[in-house]
Ligand binder design. Structure first.
Ligand SMILES: Nc1ncnc2c1ncn2[C@@H]1O[C@H](COP(=O)(O)OS(=O)(=O)O)[C@@H](OP(=O)(O)O)[C@H]1O
Ligand SMILES: Nc1ncnc2c1ncn2[C@@H]1O[C@H](COP(=O)(O)OP(=O)(O)O)[C@@H](O)[C@H]1O
Length: 239
């Protein structure tokens, strides 16, 4: 685990924070080891209302549907079609879209490898909380590195991380180029663009693969239906 320090400003009426060293200028430096969950002196607090109770209330099972693929492969479109179709069936869902999360929670992150890893780790942690809340959480992010996706998988109980691979060829994504980013990447105006000069590691064993039929891409609703069939077969749409 990377180690770093966090600066905490203490207001004049603020309380001291334990386990940090005071540098006497109003700021305290906390070593990550003192704030991480694996550290000493932090004990998990259990509540009497648990995931199973929330699932009973919602009549569904909490899980994470992780949609990965190149920019322009249709991740956000399928995520929206899926949330809409599940919502219509009375199922509680929430979409965590890479683009959107980078507007807030992950505003501080760039596209260099370690920031992408942190982006995925945070999305994974938030998705895990939503799944624990009993929701069907749909995370859609390029998530180009296998190791980072696998780390998110390992945060969840077996079966609850459902990887959906948008297996759409780069040439199709590039032809779509709805934001004009591939064009900029091709002329070197964006460096480290996934699929152009940054790697995309395709899943080796994803639960669901969504792809073209010949030259034709099925409509997003049909792709969403494939995911719903999987959820149904695995019992996620009932408590
Ligand atoms: N260098 C580079 N590489 C890839 N994508 C880039 C880059 N710079 C900006 N963008 C835009 O950011 C969106 C991807 O954000 P993600 O959080 O999903 O990326 S990642 O999972 O951290 O790799 C992605 O959105 P989508 O097109 O929806 O995938 C792009 O629009
Ligand atoms: N199933 C589909 N068939 C045809 N075009 C699609 C499909 N899904 C998405 N698109 C189009 O592809 C482009 C990229 O979709 P988007 O969902 O934004 O991809 P991503 O989130 O992976 O970047 C958009 O212009 C969208 O309308």
């Amino acid at each position: 685990m990377p180690s770093y320090t966090v600066d905490v400003e203490v207001k004049s009426n603020g309380r001291a924070v334990t386990n940090g060293s005071d540098d006497s200028n109003g700021s305290i430096r906390l070593e990550k080891s003192t704030i991480g969950c694996g550290s000493a002196n932090i004990v998990w607090h259990k509540c009497s209302v648990e995931k199973i109770d929330r699932q009973e209330l919602l009549q569904q099972k909490g899980c994470v549907i992780w949609i990965t693929g190149l920019s322009g492969s249709g991740k956000s479109t399928v995520a929206c079609a899926l949330t809409k179709a599940l919502h219509a069936r009375g199922k509680l869902t929430y979409v965590l879209d890479g683009d959107n999360v980078r507007h807030g929670l992950n505003l501080d992150l760039t596209f260099k490898a370690e920031d992408r890893a942190e982006n995925i780790r945070r999305i994974g942690e938030v998705a895990k909380l939503f799944a624990d809340a009993g929701l069907i959480c749909i995370a859609s992010a390029i998530s180009p590195y296998r190791k980072d996706r696998d780390a998110c998988r390992s945060m969840l109980p077996d079966g609850d991380f459902i990887e959906v691979f948008m297996d759409i060829p780069l040439c199709v994504c590039e032809a779509r180029d709805p934001k004009g980013l591939y064009k900029l990447a091709r002329v070197g105006k964006i460096k480290g663009f996934t699929g152009i000069d940054d790697p995309y590691e395709a899943p080796l064993n994803s639960e669901i693969v969504l792809q073209q039929e010949g030259e034709v891409c099925p409509p997003p609703e049909a792709m969403a239906e494939k995911v719903i069939s999987y959820l149904e077969a695995k019992g996620y749409l009932q408590a």
